[in-house]
Design a protein around this ligand. Structure first.
Ligand SMILES: Nc1nc2c(c(=O)[nH]1)N[C@H]1C(S)=C(S)[C@@H](COP(=O)(O)O)O[C@H]1N2
Ligand SMILES: [Mo]
Length: 316
């Protein structure tokens, strides 16, 4: 990158830059107000969105108030999705060929209504909500993301889990032709994740199909991904094709890869360090100084009771 010293910057460039920043703020505010992000939004952005606006999205009272949203550009160009490569720029760069439509989700295991559902039918009965959540990656960076989604618990109830259903297991699609990262054994494919039933049914846990009012970009887990805001980012499994109710704790991709560093629970916890680095602080993308990481990522009031009496050093 070429960095110009102040005397070299032309007045016209300064105007362009401030105009651009103001446009970005405007976009952020309109997105917050639930107005159109498509149209003007897509063209004024530094990074084009999917351009498919989601209609009838209601604002959820479960959004985290008072948080400045991370810009669309950062959310969609800096993240992890190892199926498209292991660098944070890879998902945006390498997911162009991925086809999130048509899409089917298989539901099975310990429930009365297993079956294969077209995504539209899987989603349809539920009202779309905007949920603004703080998100914390295990690598100590964080963002604030305006997801669009539906509560996972409402969806799961429709399949009538039975008394043996103690956990829910999720599986990502396996498509090495469209996902170049799956041609290398950096993780065991397909990516799998799981939640305990009470975590899955918690009102903060959602399935997301969009962000910033638009259909989810491929790099963020199109067409359907999990969002659990009090856990490290890797629990948020992307491009889900299978949901299974189980009686036993299911395997999870990062635990399979390195069980000493990644446990099943993966709750954000500033007191339990990763073996190779502290989890006490985080860098909010776009900010210079680090922030203190909050217990359960700041959602302790709502979720701490799920873990009452559990040793969180052991159950990391
Ligand atoms: N299938 C799959 N899901 C995944 C990952 C992945 O590599 N594969 N990475 C996880 C990690 S480590 C993080 S931090 C988040 C990042 O993406 P997001 O910013 O869109 O939530 O996705 C999670 N979900
Ligand atoms: Mo992560």
């Amino acid at each position: 990158m070429i960095i110009k010293r102040p005397p070299d910057i032309k007045a016209s460039e300064i105007t362009d830059k401030s105009l651009y920043l103001r446009r970005r703020e405007f976009l952020r505010d309109t997105a917050l107000a639930g107005l159109a992000v498509a149209g003007l939004g897509a063209s004024a952005r530094a990074v084009a969105g999917t351009g498919e606006k989601l209609g009838n999205v209601k604002k959820s009272l479960l959004s985290s108030p008072g948080e400045e949203l991370t810009p669309y550009e950062d959310i969609t160009t800096y993240n992890n999705f190892y199926e498209f490569g292991t660098n944070k720029e890879d998902p945006a760069a390498n997911s162009g060929k991925f086809k999130p439509q048509p899409w089917n989700v298989r539901v099975g295991g310990e429930c009365n209504k297993p079956g294969s559902y077209a995504l539209e039918d899987f989603i349809k009965p539920h009202a779309l909500e905007e949920r603004i959540y703080r998100m914390r990656c295990v690598e100590a960076w964080s963002m604030v993301i305006p997801w669009v989604g539906i509560p996972l618990g409402d969806v799961l109830k429709r399949f009538e889990p039975n008394g043996n259903a103690k956990y829910v297991a999720f599986t990502t699609v396996m498509r090495p032709n469209e996902m170049p990262g799956q041609r290398r054994a950096v993780l065991e494919w397909p990516y799998v994740e799981g939640l305990r039933m009470d975590e899955a049914m918690h009102p903060l846990t959602i399935l997301s199909i969009g962000l910033y009012g638009e259909v989810l970009p491929n790099q963020n887990g199109a067409p359907l991904r999990l969002v659990v805001p009090w856990k490290y980012g890797f629990k948020g499994i992307k491009s889900i094709v299978k949901v299974e109710f189980t009686s036993r704790q299911p395997p999870t991709a990062w635990n399979i890869s390195n069980s000493r560093e990644y446990g099943f629970y993966s709750n954000v916890n500033p007191q339990v360090d990763h073996p190779r680095w502290s989890q006490g602080k985080e860098r909010r993308i776009g900010e210079f100084l680090k922030r203190k990481t909050l217990m359960f990522n700041g959602y302790a009031d709502q979720v701490a009771s799920l873990y009452a009496g559990m040793d969180l050093q052991k159950n990391y």
